[in-house]
Design a protein around this ligand. Structure first.
Ligand code: GDP
Length: 442
């Protein structure tokens, strides 16, 4: 994500590399590259202009920092300005003093509004809240059924009256949430293919009737430049309180993320990063800035890892590795842990320098994991515990190969790779502490 933008920005700092400080002259050219990169990334022109001015001022006013190259310093300045434009910190979802908190979802047809209702409901439930969804998109065929299906999938109730008056649906939906003691009620609303008066009037009526605590504009990141106009139109009529930027997992350019806050003064609260209901992340301006600049996103990575991995599990695994008790069963566990962390692809892309990894390479890695898992599944418990059994016996290896639908040499490679890895761990664990014991154990 944001590959196009970060690649272009790299050019800007390359031009500053090797120079010893930021000056009026050399900044000129770097700024031109930044400007071009942002425009190419479909950032709105007004937003770009203001941004460039702010970066120029900050850069020229900055002190020379010892030991820091001008290109690094410039990256930092651009990073900080990006963070500023996108709103400094994450702004959490509102919470009404008397429940239910009413969230109105607005947006164009196809922006991902209905899907995002379900994602948000699931997110809130994971926070220990009790949400209700209200099917109010009477305009797009099948939207109501779609929400009901999603509701069943995540086991969160959906209120629906069929295709009647959207204001009535919203009113009764909120009432139902109140009666059922829900903390949150999420109102799906009708979108249109483009901004139109009827849609706005309808949303205004819904707003006036239920007085939502949050009006979230759902924006498809792929619309780029258009995000500025869209945000402005909705904000003028409805007074949005925030936005959710969807489809950031695809081959999108960064433009929309920069425009929304600039234009409306309201924060992006979440980002959609996939079609699955789990694919919703809180929006963090500093992390997004790092991503745009191709600095990787270590923070998200660490957080995701913490959330998905049972830390106790990970600690005992580390200990096992160090004491060489690590066997194929542990290896399998470890692979499943990696899987649980979401698609390997998504995670790898978050790591610095990995942004350019190709789909092909990712697929290969994932296929390799799947193959290893199949082979391990065909091993007996003793073989998993004691991989040397396999190393010594061709007939055992052949049995595993046949059982898992692989070739003999695939199994041999897995076993020898595993042994090599285990030896390495053993050496690391024992190194220094117990000299002379390196050769022991089996
Ligand atoms: P609505 O008309 O605004 O209600 O749009 P939908 O919720 O039906 O979404 C339109 C399409 O976008 C569907 O195919 C969704 O699966 C897809 N979609 C929604 N959010 C995301 C996202 O974050 N990433 C990706 N890749 N697809 C998404």
């Amino acid at each position: 994500m944001f590959d196009a933008l970060s690649e272009k920005l790299e050019l800007a700092w390359k031009k500053l590399r090797g120079q010893d400080k930021i000056t009026e002259t050399n900044i000129q050219e770097a700024l031109r590259e930044v400007r071009r990169a942002l425009l190419d990334a479909d950032v709105n022109l007004q937003v770009v202009k203001r941004f460039i001015e702010e970066v120029r001022e900050a850069a020229l006013g900055s002190e020379v920092i010892m030991g820091v190259n001008p290109d690094q310093q410039f990256i930092k300045i651009v990073h900080d300005e990006l963070v500023k434009v996108m709103g400094d910190a994450n702004v959490p979802i509102a919470q009404a003093s008397t429940p239910p908190t009413i969230i109105l979802m607005a947006g164009l047809q196809g922006s991902g509004k209905t899907t995002t209702c379900a994602k948000l409901a699931l997110y809130l439930r994971k926070q220990g809240k009790k949400p209700l969804m209200v099917a109010g998109d009477i305009y797009r065929p099948a939207a109501i059924d779609q929400l009901k299906t999603l509701g069943q999938q995540i086991q969160i109730p959906v209120f629906d009256l069929g295709k009647t008056d959207p204001v009535e649906i919203a009113r009764q939906g909120v009432e139902a949430a109140r009666q059922q003691g829900c903390d949150y009620v999420i109102l799906d609303t009708a979108g249109r293919l483009q901004i139109d008066l009827e849609m706005m009037a309808e949303l205004e009526r819904v707003k006036a009737t239920v007085q939502p605590h949050e009006i979230l504009l759902v924006v498809d990141a792929m619309i780029g430049q258009e995000a500025a106009n869209l945000t402005q139109a909705f904000h003028e009529r409805l007074g949005i309180t925030g936005a959710i930027l969807t489809k950031l997992d695809g081959d999108t350019r960064g433009g929309a993320a920069l425009s929304i806050r600039q234009v409306s003064g309201q924060p992006i609260k979440f980002i959609g990063v996939g079609e699955k209901v789990e694919a919703l992340d809180p929006f963090y301006p500093d992390r997004m800035a790092s991503r745009i600049l191709g600095m990787g996103d270590i923070l998200s990575l660490v957080e995701k890892a913490q959330e998905e991995i049972d830390l106790g599990d990970a600690a005992s695994m580390a200990e096992k590795m160090m004491t060489a008790q690590f066997d194929f069963t542990d290896f399998l566990k470890q692979m499943r842990m990696i899987k649980r962390m979401g698609s390997l692809g998504g995670l790898l892309r978050l790591m610095p320098g990995m942004g350019k990894i190709s789909d092909d390479q990712l697929q290969k890695g994932q296929d390799q994991l799947a193959r290893a898992e199949a082979m391990i599944n065909s091993m007996t418990p003793e073989e998993r515990k004691n991989p040397d059994l396999l190393a010594r016996s061709v007939s055992r290896k052949r049995r595993v190969a046949n059982g898992s639908g692989h070739k003999l040499e695939d199994v041999s490679r897995l076993v020898s790779d595993f042994q090599r890895m285990r030896d390495m761990m053993r050496n690391m664990g024992m190194g220094g502490g117990f000299p002379g014991m390196g050769g022991l154990g089996g």
